[in-house]
Structure formats: C-alpha cells, structure tokens
Design a protein around this ligand. Structure first.
Ligand SMILES: NC(=O)c1ccc[n+]([C@@H]2O[C@H](COP(=O)([O-])OP(=O)(O)OC[C@H]3O[C@@H](n4cnc5c(N)ncnc54)[C@H](O)[C@@H]3O)[C@@H](O)[C@H]2O)c1
Length: 448
C-alpha cells in the first residue's frame, strides 16, 4: 500500500520505517528541513534501538522516502498518517495546532480519495475536528472528494519502539466505517499473522483508550511513589513491598518501581490533557489531579534529600555533583520532562555544579542547555565522578547497575550516593560505609 506519514519524530519515523519493513511503500514528510536532509543521508535524528538499520535498509531498497513537500506527500499515499506532536498548551490541554495544520494541508492538496489515520495522541473529539478541517479546505476549493478519518493511537515505548511496533500487544482502530476497517486490516495484516491483535471500536473510544492507558501507567507509578514516601517515614523498605505486591498477578511487577518521578513526552502531558478534558465536560477527575501532583512532588524529591543531607540549600553553593542519567528513562536520548532536568536546575539555582554522564543523551543535553560553566558533560560514567562531592543517579541505565564501588570511593570526595532509581542495595553499601539515600528505603535510613 502507498502510505504517507506526517511527522518524522519518535512515532512517525518508527511507524514509517516499520511499515516499509513489511513491504509497504512509505513517504515520510516533515516541516523540519534539516531533519529530512539528515534522514536522506542515513543519519537518524534520535536514538532508538534497531531504528537506524531499518531506516537505512528500506531507504536503500526504495520503500522508504523522505520529503518536505506537503503537496507531494498528500499526492503519494492512499492512507495518510498524522504523527505530529501534541504538546501541552499553556492551560495543560493538548495543543492541536500541528494536527490541525496537517488536516488543512490534506484538504488543500488532495485530489483523490484518502483515509486519514490519526496516530498522534489527541483528546476525544479531535477526529471530528480533523474531518471538519479537511471538509472546509475542500469546500473552499469547491471540491467534494470522499475521505474518512480513523483513529489509530500508538502504544510504542521509546527505547523499545521498533520491537513494540513490529510485535504490538494490540492495534487499536477507531472507525465505524467497514471500508476503512477493511483497509486498516490490510495495512496491518503483516503484524497480525500470529494472532488477531486488532481491536476495532468507535473513534471516540479509540481516542480515549490511549489516554486511559497512559493515565493508568502514570497512576501506578505515582501510587508507588506515594507509598515510598510513606515507607520512608515508617521505616519500611519500599523495594521489599514492591516485590511483595508484584507477586499478586492482579497487580503484577510492571510499572510499580518507585523513583524520582515519571517524565518523558507522554505521561506528564497526557495525564494533564485528560484532566483538562474532564474539566471541559464538567467532571472533576480528582485521581488524575493527584497522580500529577504526586509526580510533581516526586521530581523534587532527590533535591530535597540532598538539601536535607547538607542541612540547607546554602550549603550547596560551590559543591559539585556527579550525575548519572539524563534521559527520562534508559535506552532513549529523549529528555522531555526528564527528572534530571529538574534536579540540575535546582542544583544550579543553589550555586552547585554538575558533572553529568548519560550513555545516549549527551548531545541532547548540550542542545538544550548549551555550554555553561556549571555543567561539565563527561565522556564516561567514571570520569563524571572525579572530584565530585557526591553521586546522583537519575536514570537506571544498565551500565550503572554494577559500578566499581572502590573506584567510585576513590574518585568522589565522600562516599555519598543519592539514588533516584533504587539501583543499589542499601545494606551492602552501608556495610562498606557508604552514605546512601534511595527512594522510600527505610532500611537505608536506619542503617545510617
Ligand atoms: N514519543 C512516544 O513515545 C509516543 C508514543 C505514543 C504516542 N505518542 C504521540 O505521538 C505524537 C508524536 O509524538 P513524537 O514523540 O513522535 O513527537 P516528535 O516531537 O518527536 O515529532 C513530531 C514531528 O512532527 C513534525 N511536524 C510538526 N508539524 C508538522 C507538519 N505540519 N507536517 C509534517 N511534520 C510536522 C515535527 O517537525 C517533528 O519532527 C504525539 O501526539 C505523542 O503524544 C508519542
């Protein structure tokens, strides 16, 4: 099938490359000229395991094309995917300007029947807005061309996006039009061979399903962070509690890791947008508000521990902190709403310096913060420790799990760790005379 994808970000590029990988003919379009230029040269703008190979292979085999020409893009695909960003607006609702712009472009340029598939995460009712935008543009041209709008929310996880797309848990299709359903079944048939993963529902339910999934996952995290803060005060170890409750299959082990808060481009903005949607229809979604505020509090947790340890913010001036992990989670270079950003901002405001390392997000950090005197980006995990007063862990990259503690002890001024992801064993560290602060680990506190 001939497919156009608007937006070559985390979702658009993965979708385009994976659809090309199974044999479709895909054209990816973006307004960012330098991104498209780099993609044509085989340079992938983001770090996503496995993506580079399939982009290059399919580009070289002529099944994956890139353009900045919206007109060419609309002309190309019978199916037009919208995979542009939906960042939070000032009031927390989803900013739909990019989605609407694409819809308008399609209406302004289409000359034949199209199925428009919305893959961006959008509030319930956006499908209708996309439909209206296209109809208006067509009417302005004095044309009446058949088209349909389908919802197809994306559930891929950054860091495992290619695998998630190739082997999805489910493919949600929001449409009540049998012809559109048939086309979507054809499009996704290569991903559906093992068993039917397609769940077809009405468009609004499909739009809400995406928010429901992210809100549920964010709720699990905030719930555990709430319990972690309680455990800390009660002298319990949240890590043991986690294992204790995860063994119940009704609860499960996934997404119950306490830590220094969730970040990324999805959970914070989607919880906020769903809360805002609820308000717009006269419903006070108290649980969503709590999920958000628990997370906001959790993101300053590490800094609070640091301040508490040193006995006040004033004591941080002139100190240097080694920081491991800048990306919002492992296996990505995405730093949108990453907890590390808040930790660094608070340390800088208090007059401290940061020596940071991340296996993939160094370039992104430089792009965001530029060169500054209070940020030293270090080439290796261990070089970030040199002469620092303490280590802060913000992201649980595998490479941080088994460090050389003896080397760390000699590189740091003090044997002091603030662990925002509970990567280390407090008992073992206490035996070795480390001062260790984790999240919700009463044991470590009593060991001190
Ligand atoms: N990142 C994820 O893990 C993830 C997962 C599921 C769903 N989503 C949702 O998917 C959507 C896209 O997210 P993302 O992370 O890929 O965003 P992104 O910011 O990485 O990429 C968006 C791309 O769209 C391009 N763009 C903007 N306007 C355009 C236009 N008019 N024509 C063509 N291109 C245009 C931008 O230049 C950018 O390259 C969002 O709604 C997001 O909530 C994201």
């Amino acid at each position: 099938m001939k497919i156009t994808i608007f937006g070559t970000g985390y979702v658009g590029l993965v979708t385009g490359a994976c659809l090309a990988e199974v044999g479709h003919d895909v054209l990816c379009v973006d307004v960012d000229e330098s991104k498209i230029e780099r993609l044509k040269q085989g340079i992938i703008p983001i770090f996503e395991p496995g993506l580079e190979t399939i982009v290059r292979d399919n580009f070289n085999q002529g099944r994956l094309h890139f353009t900045t020409s919206a007109r060419e893009a609309v002309e190309f695909g019978d199916v037009q995917f919208i995979a542009v960003g939906t960042p939070p607006d000032e009031d927390g609702s989803a900013d739909l300007q990019y989605v609407r712009a694409v819809a308008r472009t399609i209406g302004e340029a289409m000359t034949a029947t199209k199925i428009v598939v919305n893959k961006s995460t959008v509030p319930v009712g956006t499908g209708d807005k996309v439909r209206a935008e296209i109809s208006t543009a067509l009417a302005e041209r004095g044309l009446s061309i058949d088209f349909d709008v389908v919802s197809n929310p994306e559930f891929l996880k950054e860091g495992a996006a290619v695998n998630d797309f190739m082997k999805p848990d489910r493919i949600i299709i929001g449409t009540t039009n049998p012809a559109s359903e048939k086309r979507m079944r054809e499009l996704y048939a290569p991903f559906n061979r093992n068993h039917d993963r397609m769940i077809v529902m009405d468009l609004r339910s499909a739009e809400l399903t995406k928010y429901a999934a992210n809100a549920m996952l964010a709720t699990k995290i905030s719930f555990m962070n709430e319990l972690a803060n309680l455990a800390e005060r009660l002298g319990a170890d949240i890590e043991q509690v986690r294992i204790g409750i995860g063994s119940d299959p009704r609860i499960g082990y996934h997404f119950i890791y306490p830590g220094c808060g969730y970040g990324g481009s999805c959970f914070p903005k989607d919880v906020q947008a769903l809360h805002r949607t609820a308000r717009d229809v006269g419903y006070n979604a108290e649980l969503l508000a709590a999920v958000e505020s628990v997370n906001d509090r959790q993101k300053v947790k590490l800094f609070d521990l640091i301040v508490r340890h040193y006995g006040g913010q004033e004591a941080l001036a002139g100190k240097t902190f080694a920081l491991w992990g800048l990306a919002f989670k492992p296996n990505t270079d995405d730093m949108r709403a990453a907890p590390a950003r808040e930790v660094m901002a608070a340390l800088w405001a208090a007059g401290a310096k940061v020596q940071a390392f991340d296996p993939e997000a160094m370039e992104e950090t430089l792009r965001i913060f530029g060169q500054r005197d209070d940020l030293l980006l270090c080439g290796t995990r261990d070089s970030a420790l040199k002469g620092a007063d303490a280590l802060i862990v913000c992201t649980e990259w595998k490479a941080f799990r088994a460090p050389d503690f003896a080397l760390m002890a000699s590189a740091l001024k003090e044997k002091l760790i603030f662990d925002g992801r509970n990567v280390y064993d407090p008992k073992r560290l206490a035996e070795d005379n480390w001062l260790y602060y984790g999240i919700g680990r009463g044991l470590s506190i009593s060991a001190r």
